[in-house]
Design a binder for this molecule. Sequence first.
Ligand code: FAD
Length: 361
Amino acid sequence: EGALPGSADVVVVGAGQAGLSVAWHLRRLGLEPGAGFVVLDRGPDAGGAWQFRWEALRLDKAHRVSDLPGMREMGLSFDTADASRPARDVVREYYERYEQWFGLNVLRPVRVTAVSEEGPGFLVATDKGDVRARVVANASGTWARPFRPYFAGAADFRGAQVSTPQYRAAEDFAGMRVLVVGGGTSAVGFLRELEGVAASTVWATRRPVEFTDDPGGGVRAVRQADEAARAGLPLPSIIHGTGLPATAENLAARDRGLLVARPMFTVIEPEGVRWADGSFEPVDAIIWATGFRAELTHLAPLRLREPGGGVRVENGRSVREPRLFLAGFGPQASTIGANRAGRTVARQVLDELRSTGRRER
Ligand code: FAD
């Protein structure tokens, strides 16, 4: 779409749930797409990271994808979307219609390669040229930074090892003994898909997985994510905070041994892994569903990292660089969190522009 502008008041990096929510709120607060703000996304299509997710992932197998702000005005809602279609197709289609309906000026594919300070603002370098901006709202998500914990012997493992973003389909593991590592939604999704396709599955998690029907778990999950993000640690999975819903389907899967999590193995060997009790588990493939970290490589020139490795963000704003905002970061790593982040960040962006004189609409 459209040519890259030489400058804009605001550059939004990323057109996933968070980036689109920021853009929608900026527009609503009076900023004009184009000279006011531009959204840059490296993906070939709309849909944020959802466009890259595996074909079998359905919306009803995910948590719940929250509607983008203003989406009801279009008569659209993920709650009534066709759950028989791949989530990636539904989200791509809905986001694309959303961008057009609200005229959010998303330019793609444009990869932001480096954001550096330049005078009173930023120089945003991309693979399609440079854009000068007074404020940057970063919403680059986590998809390209899967987290894989270190294990002795991993490099000598003879079988396949994939992280969540590389998982394509259960059929790739047909007839294999598969070890799924991680206590989150993705791990549970993989175990379900592999059942009856892989020769066998075994599930290993750092913490015991509880089956709970505690509605308050979501709040706990957000608090845990907030603490992890501030410390620069990988974000705990939602399930860790909320537990696995004790539905009849999940309990039956537990009773037949599918959703039974074992404590982590201690070492990886060429043909499998060794459990803490010394017993050996022959394994043909390992799927690391062990979460993600924020993808901030393009922000490296701004030297945001604290000595402990984390990035300090207060209410969506970088503590070290107050003209930089981060949406969908840390506890907001969910679609509902991304929505809220959009509103919080957009308001502060407008205040920042007003305080340094901005172009009226
Ligand atoms: P993303 O959706 O990752 O969007 C970031 C965008 O930024 C991408 O389009 C990317 O192309 C772009 N980008 C990144 N770097 C650059 C760059 N340098 N230059 C240009 N563009 C760039 N949450 C829920 O609420 N419900 C669920 O059911 C749910 N299921 C999930 C299932 C899986 C398998 C996973 C991995 C996550 C799931 N989540 C779910 C979490 C949720 O999907 C994400 O937290 C949410 O979509 C994040 O949105 P985002 O905009 O922050 O990031």
